[in-house]
Design a protein around this ligand. Structure first.
Ligand code: TRP
Length: 336
């Protein structure tokens, strides 16, 4: 293995990218992939999407949108390995090998599964109501994603930290039984990355229905920003930036200098409408050129497919020989 640190993360293909995804995940990931001391693996987790979404059109559409987004924003696919999970059949194969060393009791403790059981109990339903094996064994698939490439660092949100602990646990069990095949991965939770507030002031999240789509046309983007909730303070009244969602969004995009002068403007009583106008101009300037590239890619699915196929080839150059070793290790090997 090379001496570069392997960084890997997956994006579940169920939604349309929004500003929160951009600030919290995509932008830092693209920046990180330019760091010469790391080797980045970024992939579209379409098998994971099936756990949450039974709408085929939506899974397909989201896969295209997310792929086009990363490419439009300048992910260098000559450096980073950018692929679609389902193009790497060694991943589901590894999932089974790992399932066979994974304690059911470990999966019983997964937060997402437990929350679903709790909801059922609260509703007086059967505890297993609506719970699929996909939901239950989701962490094993995620462990396979990570262990397949022996990733050392896995940037994720806080909600995914438990899954990383499970991946380590599963890797350890496999290593213990079959030899040292897997590196133990570590979650990287970046505390500095801003969680962006949504239009209602709560964390921007699809589940709160408060997101601003990343690729809105200029006019609609402006309109969405104008809708961000503020208080009723008048122009001229000094305002507190730290309690204001518009400021938090501004800060996530601004340079330190711009932040300083905006804080001064708040103290001087800038009108809410003016803050929003400046915020719109800033975001529009940052995303305008990429928006053009995004639209071009959305109209050229062959190009996107081509990029993903190339990524899958690079991924499989690693996964194919590795799964052979793993199969041999568990006793699935030629008879002679
Ligand atoms: N479960 C992750 C999420 O919902 C997505 C994901 C799938 C992932 N496989 C992964 C993240 C492997 C990191 C590593 O956000």
């Amino acid at each position: 293995m090379s001496s570069k640190k392997r960084v890997l993360t997956g994006i579940t293909t169920t939604g349309t990218p929004h500003l929160g995804n951009y600030v919290g995940a995509i932008k830092p990931a693209i920046a990180a992939s330019r760091d010469g001391s790391t080797e980045s693996f970024y992939f579209l987790a379409d098998y994971h999407a099936l756990v949450k979404c039974e709408d085929p059109e939506r899974v397909q559409r989201s896969t295209l949108e997310i792929a086009a987004t990363w490419l439009a924003l300048g992910l260098d696919t000559g450096r980073a390995v950018f692929y679609r999970q389902s193009d790497v059949p060694e991943i589901p194969e590894l999932t089974w090998l790992l399932s066979c060393v994974t304690a059911k009791g470990l999966m019983n403790r997964a937060h997402a599964y437990k929350a679903a059981v709790d909801d059922n109990q609260l509703a007086g339903a059967d505890p297993d109501y609506g719970i699929t094996m996909g939901l239950f064994s989701y962490p094993v698939l995620m462990a396979a994603d990570i262990l397949m490439f022996n990733a050392e660092r896995v940037p994720v949100g806080k909600d995914q930290v438990q899954h990383l602990e499970m991946a380590r646990d599963i890797a350890q069990r496999f290593n213990h039984r079959y030899g040292e095949h897997f590196v133990l991965p570590e979650a990287v939770v970046d505390e500095h990355v801003a969680t962006l507030p949504g239009t209602d002031g709560r964390k921007m999240s699809k589940s709160y229905d408060n997101t601003v789509s990343l690729w809105l046309p200029e006019k609609q983007l402006r309109k969405a920003i104008m809708k961000i909730k503020t208080n009723s303070q008048e122009p001229g009244e000094p305002k507190d930036p730290d309690g204001a969602a518009v400021y938090a969004v501004y800060a996530a995009f601004a340079t330190p200098d711009q932040r300083r002068s905006m804080r001064q403007a708040f103290a001087d009583g800038i009108a809410w409408g003016e803050v929003k106008q400046q915020l719109f101009e800033m975001i529009n300037a940052e995303l305008g050129a990429a928006r053009e590239r995004y639209l071009a890619l959305m109209a050229d699915t062959d190009k996107v497919e081509h990029e993903l196929a190339r990524g899958a080839e690079r991924a499989r150059a690693i996964s194919r020989p590795f799964i052979e070793r793993l199969r041999a290790a568990v006793g699935i090997r030629p008879l002679a």
